[in-house]
Design a protein. Structure first.
Length: 403
């Protein structure tokens, strides 16, 4: 059973040692009003109240939207339709104070709201690096709906509207990525399509580039359209050329290299790899916050994947080991590259070496929260079943079956 918004607020409040009276003092609500909020009273569907609660508890707004996607969506849409807040027992004693509703209510959206959305985007990217996409799908979906509600029902200036649309595009791209990582590719494709449209409407080349960088993955990694992947990566580079920073341009170029490796064009792939590393060392342009700290190890890992697809497993191993060494600060990312290194060795026929990587790092590998990576592990295990005569394979399966 899904945790409701009220229950989520209660659990967070209790976990930090805060009483209902303490929270009420921060929000200028009485203790009974907080009690009603935690029992899913009308205020728990008021985005303005939830935003204030999130600030008071110092948590992302998305964490308070803990109901199922469908139920949360219906109730929040109903709130925007009716404007019914109904916060019971407001400040000043037990006298019930009803806040007037209006069918024409439009929430006022300002620059501060856009800034908060941008911080939520950064947080989703940070959490994805640490925990994987599987645990973030509902949070990201709720955030997208929140932005869409502001766009559809809010009141804002042209300047704020443009910034809000750009932020919406980035939030949709973030949602697409965590759904992709969770193996929900149809949902990812839908989010990327919506993000591309929003980025185009706002004229935001950086947001458009980011969307196309991620969308091209669906073409050449999980799909059968590597030429489309090349085109999308090239479009991303064009969109990022004027304002995009070095990390964004580098990421777009390395995605092109990956797509070219699927096609089998080694010469063009090496050219794209070189372009990516030159871009990374540049100082021109502006990178969005979530890319500012993109490690060079990420480029190394993606370069390794490109060489692996070409069948150059020795070169791939060099780059993948560099990626592992360079991502110690992000255990989940490091685990991902360990899985890919093992895959590379198995494809090369170095069965004992591949199993050695898996065995040495099995504690982290077996628990990595990513449907995409768990699928890769299962595929590796299926391949290893043909080599049970190898001692390392038997040791790996001993761990695999006991997990």
């Amino acid at each position: 059973m899904s945790m409701t918004t009220g229950e989520t607020i209660r659990r967070i409040r209790q976990s930090i040692g805060m009483t209902q009276a303490d929270l009420g003092a921060l929000l200028h609500f009485t203790q009974p009003a907080i009690s009603q909020l935690e029992h899913d009273g009308p205020a728990s569907y008021d985005l303005r109240v939830l935003r204030r609660v999130a600030i008071a508890l110092q948590v992302p707004l998305a964490l308070l939207a803990a109901e199922s996607d469908e139920e949360a969506d219906v109730r929040r849409r109903q709130f925007f339709k009716t404007g019914a807040v109904g916060v019971a027992t407001a400040v000043g004693g037990n006298k019930r104070q009803e806040i007037a509703s209006s069918a024409s209510y439009e929430p006022k959206v300002g620059a501060t709201d856009v800034e908060r959305i941008a911080k939520s985007i950064d947080k989703i990217h940070e959490l994805q690096l640490m925990a994987g996409g599987d645990r973030l799908c509902e949070i990201a979906s709720n955030e997208v709906r929140y932005v869409e509600q502001l766009l559809d029902g809010g009141s804002y200036s042209d300047k704020v509207g443009k910034a809000l649309t750009s932020a919406g595009a980035e939030m949709m791209t973030a949602a697409g990525w965590v759904h992709y990582d969770a193996g929900r590719w149809k949902d990812a494709k839908r989010y990327y399509a919506d993000a591309a449209q929003a980025a185009t409407v706002s004229g935001d080349g950086i947001a458009a580039a980011h969307t196309w960088i991620n969308a091209c993955l669906l073409s050449y990694r999980e799909g059968s359209r590597p030429k489309e992947g090349v085109q999308l990566a090239q479009a991303a580079q064009l969109a990022a050329r004027r304002e995009g920073g070095p990390k964004l341009r580098a990421l777009a170029a390395i995605r092109e290299a990956e797509a070219l490796s699927v096609i089998g064009d080694r010469s063009a792939m090496v050219g794209a790899v070189n372009r990516a590393h030159r871009a990374y060392e540049s100082t021109r342009g502006h990178d969005p916050a979530y890319l500012v700290h993109l490690p060079e190890a990420q480029l190394s890992g993606l370069t390794g994947l490109a060489f692996m697809r070409l069948g150059d497993h020795n070169e791939a191993a060099v780059y993948l080991r560099s990626a592992i060494d360079g991502t110690a600060a992000y255990p989940r990312e490091q685990t991902a590259w360990q899985v890919r290194l093992a895959e590379n060795y198995v494809q090369a026929g170095a069965i004992a070496d591949g199993c050695g990587v898996l065995i040495e790092n099995f504690a982290g590998i077996s628990k990595v929260a990513s449907t995409r990576l768990q699928t890769t592990l299962t595929e590796i295990a299926d391949e290893l079943r043909q080599h049970v005569a190898v001692a390392e394979v038997r040791e790996f399966f001993g761990l695999w079956t006991a997990r």
